[in-house]
Design a protein around this ligand. Structure first.
Ligand code: PDD
Length: 285
């Protein structure tokens, strides 16, 4: 079934959607994005995604095409028109279309705004029941990973390198410490039960799911340390998991060929997944 997508003020069938060949998103990856999950036809953590969108736009001196209320209305209209119950909404803002030049175009160039839905089970998935395998790959991305830009070739390459090793995803490594997954934040649980995840900096994306999960972990009296961890610590962990809007809390059962515990999703990852999904459903708008 053809989706209805949103392009610069219009709702159109996906086959008819058009963007200029001069769009700077296309030519320079000069754009930012957000992925908001949808549960029961409702938006999960919408305010958090809008706050991060503003931050990404500000860091790049890019204009916001529509305000939060209009953005929410567009999300809702796409949910209705595509009868989306569970899945994601992808949103992309670029600096707009201008003749190709490395310098940014003039301030009055209108930004481009594109949104589309992806219908996909998020709660009942084989990956969440069985866990995933990750492999270490050098982090070859740029220095501003805190900005959610559409320049995703490096993480795509990292994911393909991990797949070539028989894993499902990469945990990227820089200066002997894990940064994050290709499209998620990475966590280990030590044998003494402490959840460890990298602290916020320009080295990783400041995950919206990460913020919620760390808050829920603290509320559940779980011990959390925000600091970089090494590949060796990861392989020696009791359990591990990743978080993202597209997978919530996703258990990891194998790291670089080493099976964690009994090779099944660990109790802390399972518990956090349950708590997160319950909270996401309760708070979704
Ligand atoms: N990715 N780290 C990276 C590099 C990411 O691309 C993502 C999200 C995250 C998790 O952020 P959040 O919890 O806000 O989804 C961490 C999205 C889902 C994607 O690119 O599809």
């Amino acid at each position: 079934m053809s989706r209805t997508v949103y392009v610069n003020g219009e709702y159109v069938p996906e086959e008819e959607a058009k963007i200029s060949v001069f769009d700077r998103g296309f030519l320079f990856a000069d754009g930012v994005y957000e992925v908001t999950s949808v549960l029961d036809g409702k938006l999960v953590d919408f305010a958090g995604h809008m706050t991060r969108l503003d931050r990404s736009l500000n860091e790049l001196g890019m204009k916001r095409p529509v305000d939060d209320a209009q953005m929410e209305a567009i999300h809702r209209e796409l949910i209705v028109q595509n009868e989306l119950e569970e899945g994601m909404i992808y949103l992309q803002v670029t600096r707009g279309a201008a003749d190709r030049d490395f310098a940014y175009p003039s301030e009055d160039t209108p930004p481009s705004l594109v949104l589309f839905t992806q219908s996909k089970p998020l709660v009942d998935t084989a990956a969440s029941q069985n866990g995933i395998k990750v492999a270490f790959v050098d982090d070859i991305r740029w220095g501003r990973r805190d900005i959610k830009t559409v320049q995703l070739l490096a993480p795509s390459m990292c994911k393909m390198a991990a797949k070539a090793q028989g894993a499902d995803d990469a945990w990227m490594v820089e200066e002997e410490h894990v940064t994050e997954g290709t499209s998620n934040n990475a966590y280990i649980v030590t044998k003494s039960g402490t959840i460890v995840t990298r602290n916020l900096s320009n080295s990783i994306l400041h995950g919206i799911t990460r913020a919620a999960v760390l808050r829920l972990a603290a509320e559940s009296q779980m011990k959390v340390e925000e600091r970089p961890f090494t590949p060796e610590e990861a392989k020696d962990a009791a359990e591990a998991f990743v978080t993202a809007a597209s997978s919530f809390v996703q258990p990891v059962v194998e790291i670089d060929g080493v099976t964690l515990g009994d090779g099944k999703p660990g109790p802390i990852a399972k518990r956090l997944r349950e708590i997160y999904i319950a909270e996401a459903r309760a708070q979704a708008i």
